[in-house]
Ligand binder design. Structure first.
Ligand SMILES: [Cu+2]
Length: 425
């Protein structure tokens, strides 16, 4: 851990550069007083995006999506709770959204994304190109518009993401460690969304969950006793537990989820109660989604979704009840410090503000999804023994030096002479 002495330590942020590829976690500061992108006095509210409705309109065979980068108030908890002011993407004619609008097409569909940047900072967009990935970037100069026109030839789960140049330059890291824009700790953190390309044939019924994050931190920086440094606010589809969506399924449903990690940390995502099948695992850096053949698919209860990665998982509940899907890093599910009090470093102590009987609501935040499964399981078949065992206990064992002997037999006599033998099993 080291501080970057060349940067002023005022109101600052911290993040884990280890997440972007260095082996040791570094604590770095970024003075955002010099970076404050001009924002309207009253920023519009960013709406959480549940990724059910794709953006854009069809003109002929082309999908046209018009996006504007807009400062917005982002309420990660309740709508009336304090908000972060962040940069968001806004589809023309709609509210700004977090995560960014979903782009979803069939393989081979021409896509035209027009991006307007009214800010005084340069916007760099990645992932909106023929081959996808981090290699191609679209530069949208201050107060101007740029267009991405491309066709995706391979089905899969992808993402697009953007950064603001001044915020990236201020990161006290060499460019190669900024993860080609995958490291967006603060103001430009929500500038990312899912891009799904469907194969020919019926479009699967699925849900898309985008993992998002923003960080802030002011000195004196303090190590969270649970591990990582600083204040990390993580969300699924723009909201933290318990303010995100509840999912309802019936026994036996086939549930298909696409999880897209737009954060600069890996998240070991764990499902309670059931195994899930991993059907694909993709990388935003490479612009590749590895869709597994049936033989390559594997069952898991926890899948690590790395920086810029995506996963398609399929599962089917065979028991009713209330279940959770969550990140296994404690600080991504622990109760968050107050959004509007950046000087408040510590996470609240357990049940500080809540009823311990409702820990799930009052003691957790972040990357948690609640799943309710309804239905009745079939009554169990009448029990019948498949084998019969007899257990003999003796206080005068002959087969051991111990004073008590136990022998279990499928049939016949024990090896010792039982003083008292069980007559039934
Ligand atoms: Cu996590």
């Amino acid at each position: 851990m080291r501080l970057i002495p060349s940067l002023p330590v005022g109101t600052a942020i911290a993040f884990l550069s280890s997440a972007i590829g260095t082996s040791a976690a570094q604590r770095v500061h970024l003075d955002h007083r010099v970076l404050q992108t001009a924002a309207p006095t009253i920023a519009p509210t960013a709406m959480p995006n549940d990724n059910r409705v794709p953006a854009g309109t069809r003109v002929g065979d082309t999908l046209i999506v018009r996006l504007t980068v807009t400062p917005a108030a982002w309420h990660i908890l309740g709508d009336s709770a304090p908000a972060f002011t962040v940069a968001t993407f806004q589809e023309e004619g709609k509210a700004p959204s977090n995560p960014a609008p979903l782009i979803r097409v069939r393989v081979g569909t021409p896509i035209h994304v027009a991006i307007r940047n009214p800010l005084d900072d340069t916007l760099v967009v990645r992932g909106l190109s023929e081959r996808g990935g981090a290699g191609d970037s679209l530069v949208v100069l201050p107060r101007s518009t740029a267009d991405a026109r491309f066709v995706r030839r391979l089905a899969g789960t992808y993402q697009y993401w953007a950064t603001l140049a001044a915020w990236q330059r201020a990161l006290p890291l060499p460019p190669k460690l900024r993860g080609q824009g995958l490291l967006r700790p603060r103001f430009d953190s929500p500038l990312a969304g899912a891009l799904v390309v469907d194969a020919p044939g019926p479009v699967p019924i699925d849900r898309i969950f985008v993992i998002g994050e923003t960080d802030d931190q002011v000195p004196p920086l303090k190590r969270d006793p649970r591990g990582p440094v600083g204040r990390q606010f993580t969300v699924l589809n723009g909201k933290s537990w318990p303010y995100n969506e509840r999912l309802h399924y019936a026994l036996g449903d086939t549930i298909r989820w696409r999880i897209v990690n737009t954060t600069f940390q890996a998240h070991p995502m764990h499902l309670h109660g059931f195994y899930f099948r991993v059907d694909s695992h993709g990388s935003a850096r490479a612009g590749v989604d590895s869709i597994y053949t049936p033989a390559q698919r594997r069952m898991a209860v926890t899948e690590v979704i790395g920086i810029g990665e995506s996963v398609t998982m399929v599962w089917s509940p065979d028991r009713p009840g209330s279940w959770l899907f969550h990140c296994h890093l404690t600080n991504h599910i622990a109760m968050l410090p107050a959004v509007d009090r950046p000087g408040e470093i510590d996470y609240p102590t357990p049940h500080d503000h809540g009823d311990p009987d409702h820990h799930a609501v009052n003691g957790m935040n972040g990357l948690v999804l609640g799943v309710t499964v309804t239905g009745k399981t079939k009554p169990a078949a009448p029990w019948r023994p498949t084998k019969r065992l007899r257990l003999f206990v003796s206080t005068t064992a002959t087969t051991t030096a111990l004073p008590v002997g136990v022998d279990m037999r499928r049939a016949g006599r024990p090896r010792f002479d039982p003083v008292r033998a069980s007559t039934s099993t």
